[in-house]
Design a protein around this ligand. Structure first.
Ligand SMILES: [Zn+2]
Length: 511
């Protein structure tokens, strides 16, 4: 609840209004009129408010804090008129079952009041001098400035003052404040992206804490976006952080995406991935997307209007057909894998803003594996059948094709197959992955092996999707990465041959 008053604030009476038997804590903030500011003596303060607007905004701010921190009751009173030194200008009280929620809610209200409330402050100095003061920037004045905060970054020749200005002018949307979104948003904020909007309807859970690094054990139960936004503002008060406690839906996605410099997809479900992808394409906004499965992740940069889109990547399958594929939603995940991928998303967004993106990065899927510390770029070609990229002759919509065969869970099978175990699989398709300039040795290749260029993901998917398949590359590393990717996509029984093509050539499996 929010109130404006032109009478002195009675803090004891306000605290009594918050008392209730189930409350275990009450956190109170009192803003006092002090006798100095910015190194100058102050004799008096005048507060002026747009009354009706201030009441509406104040009520919204306290209601948001109560929603973000369940169990909290918030009361905020702001003075107007002329105030003498030592008088109470603003009083915020939060009663809560637990102290930490009360602290967080109180802090959230302080920050939002400072940022959003239409109240202006006039400072009186000795000698009948009076000046209006900007409440939004006053807390950081003198301590932080873009000059000292970004000093070490702006001194990079690739950034410089103009790059820092471009970052300050940028607006980036981060959807999903989880394992990817936490580190991504943190680095975007500290790098100076001027406006960050965080979207997530989730609440902090205990099982999030091992990888969602903006949250602490005390935040459990609170709205993710509120906690994350408060932490980011503490890290860098020079940027604007906006929290949207909501899901991305077909009804709000275009409004969220439009006008952004870049969008980061840090979600863990295919429905949102496709929704964001299509909206970004429509709005002409570049999209940085990442997904993680166990120790490995993939990173995609989608340029609006370019071929090789998300529909190409998933061969026209619909989100509902992909939702059963293993991904990080509820599955096992190595915390540093989401950390690395989230930070890579931030890096790609910053490079987009600074115009440092290598054009090839728009055309490939990058696979990062933390188990063997490998990183591979695999071309993401346009699917000739993709209706979105405009290449398709057919009229069917993406996803009308039959879902890939997935009669058994891919997690039931080892990913890396030893040569001596091949026979036990029964009929199986061997796919030899060739790098540029490489040819399959017909004399030693197993009967029925099909050679496919490593970059021809569409052909590899098609072959692997038909049934049990073994991928074999020269040394066995890339085939493992590709097999993992295909399993993420829902292709069930696909294996990588341990030792790679070398294992075939020495005849281990020729019988
Ligand atoms: Zn496409």
């Amino acid at each position: 609840m929010f109130e404006l008053t032109d009478q002195p604030i009675d803090s004891a009476a306000l605290r009594a209004r918050l008392e209730r038997p189930e409350a275990g804590a009450c956190v109170v903030f009192e803003g006092w009129v002090r006798n100095h500011h910015g190194g100058r003596p102050v004799t008096q303060l005048d507060y002026e408010a747009f009354d009706e607007l201030a009441r509406i905004e104040g009520d919204a701010i306290t209601a948001e804090a109560e929603e973000a921190h369940p169990g909290c009751t918030v009361l905020c009173v702001h003075r107007t008129g002329s105030l003498a030194i030592g008088e109470l200008a603003v009083w915020i009280g939060v009663a809560s079952p637990h102290r930490h929620g009360a602290f967080l809610a109180c802090r959230q209200v302080i920050e939002e009041i400072k940022r959003r409330l239409p109240v202006w402050k006039k400072e009186h100095h000795p000698g009948n001098i009076a000046e209006w003061v900007n409440c939004t920037t006053e807390s950081t004045a003198g301590r932080l400035s873009p000059g000292n905060y970004y000093e070490r970054q702006a001194s990079l020749p690739e950034v410089g003052a103009s790059g820092q200005a471009a970052l300050a002018a940028a607006s980036v949307l981060v959807v999903g404040i989880g394992g990817l979104g936490c580190p991504a948003a943190l680095y975007l904020a500290t790098s100076g992206v001027g406006r960050l909007t965080l979207v997530d309807a989730g609440r902090v859970e205990v099982s999030n804490l091992h990888r969602q690094i903006l949250f602490t054990a005390d935040d459990v139960g609170a709205a993710k976006v509120s906690v994350a936004a408060a932490r980011l503002r503490m890290h860098n008060p020079l940027v604007q952080v906006e929290a949207r406690d909501a899901d991305v839906t077909p009804g709000n996605v275009l409004a969220l995406v439009a006008g952004r410099t870049a969008v980061l997809d840090c979600t863990d479900n295919f429905a949102t991935r496709f929704l964001l992808h299509d909206a970004c394409r429509q709005a002409g906004v570049p999209l940085v997307q990442a997904a993680v499965y166990r120790f490995e992740g993939e990173l995609n940069l989608f340029e609006p209007g370019a071929q090789g889109c998300l529909h190409c990547l998933w061969s026209g399958r619909k989100p509902a057909q992909l939702e059963t594929a293993p991904n990080c939603s509820g599955g096992p995940v190595f915390a540093p894998a989401v950390g690395v991928l989230g930070i890579m998303q931030a890096a790609e967004a910053l490079k987009l803003i600074l115009r440092l993106t290598d054009p090839i990065d728009f055309k490939q899927t990058r696979l990062i594996n933390l188990l063997d510390a490998s990183s591979y770029g695999i071309e993401r070609p346009a699917d000739p059948a993709c209706p979105v990229c405009g290449l398709a002759q057919q009229t069917e919509t993406p996803g009308d094709a039959a879902p890939p065969p997935r009669s058994e869970s891919s997690d039931d099978f080892p990913l890396i197959l030893q040569p001596q175990d091949i026979a036990a699989l029964g009929p199986v398709q061997m796919i030899a992955l060739l790098e540029a300039g490489e040819a399959l040795d017909a004399a030693t290749a197993p009967a029925g092996a099909i050679a496919v260029p490593m970059v021809d993901l569409i052909r590899i998917r098609e072959l692997a999707g038909k049934g049990p398949a073994i991928l074999a590359c020269r040394r066995g590393l890339r085939s493992a990465a590709l097999a993992r990717l295909l399993r993420i996509e829902g292709v069930g029984r696909v294996y990588a041959l341990a030792g790679g093509l070398g294992a075939i050539r020495i005849g281990v499996i020729s019988a």
